[in-house]
Ligand binder design. Sequence first.
Ligand code: SF4
Length: 403
Amino acid sequence: MTAKPHKLNILEDKRFSCHSCGNCCRHWHVQLLPDEIDRIASLRWPTGDPLGGQTINMVHSGQTFLAHKPNGDCIFLNADNGYCRIHEQFGESAKPVGCQLFPFSMHRTFGNKVSITPRHDCPSVRQNKGDRYKSNQLSKLADIVLEDARPFSEQQRCNLDEDQIQAIVDFLSALLPSLPTVAHKAMFLYGFCDWLGHQEASELDREALGGLYQPLVNHINKWFEETDASKLRKVDRYTLANLLSMYLRRDEDVLDKRVGRIKRAASIVFFGSGKASVNALGSMYPTGSGKSNQLFDKTHDEKLDLSLLDQLIKTRLQTLGFMGAANHHLDLLDGLRSLCLLYPMVIGTARLFTQTDHPMDHAIGAIDHAFGRAHVLRTSAANRLVRQLLDPDVFACLMVSIS
Ligand code: SF4
């Protein structure tokens, strides 16, 4: 029996064309699928081409990646024009699937449906610059990448059906941007998760959601009245910085041997305690970027374009890119809770980059790079930090203090 073809869900208002900045060929290690290792190694380069006879891959923890040059560039990056040498010489379809897919991720949602989430670590995605997404090309890649993928399980859906989940997505993505401050948005989402956790699946529909808006806003206002920002404990600030270091640390430096494991581990501790700047966690971050004690410093907030943060949250919501395979296989509720934390994470990170022209743009790229992907965020240590920050007293205090 032939499998039903995938049905792609692509956001209508999104655009992307590659502008050859070369970022994704420098700051990533592309993992090769088992059948690609020999295929890429046996590409026939013209006589005398420096790529002929080069070692094209590296193995780390049993996985195979494209090799990098000592300066961190992918072995196939043409530094003169920012193009991929495989693409130039043999065409796009000769590249590894990971390279062809970037800057998109895709995951099965309901039945044979597939959602396409654009990755904000690509500057062209952040600027929404270029053409409509090429559905034919994405469809072919979905057949390869999602061959064994399963749709959301009952448990991941929190026993809700597709219409109910769509109603939640519509409700949140319409209302969140309309709320006046980052703190209101974060607390609205947080309060919504609290409500959802106590809701019977059979009672959740658009009418129930329609009646929720005003009581939830009243609840948030009461929350703000009762929250004393000065009560945010030192330990909670430290927890935020520690979780942030898990989001921001870039293992490429270690894989490329630009920094040793011990030095990197020390940088994480120093960043958490406010003694190291963010580029100790990743050499790709601007030099002179801030230290974790700047996370709560509002001095340069006029430089932060908060609409970019709204767009990130909305994109993650509308592509269901906060749950299931897109986010460490979290269920709907925990996936929404993980979005709550994006608010303090992105605002705090933007403050670390205030010496750049577009601090929010940098912050969104850096945080979305790890969101749902970084293995370190799956560990029990990371879960402990998340639970601590999402404690009701701590989260309200955190949002009032940071925003
Ligand atoms: S980061 Fe985006 S724009 Fe830059 S080379 Fe990669 S796909 Fe192209």
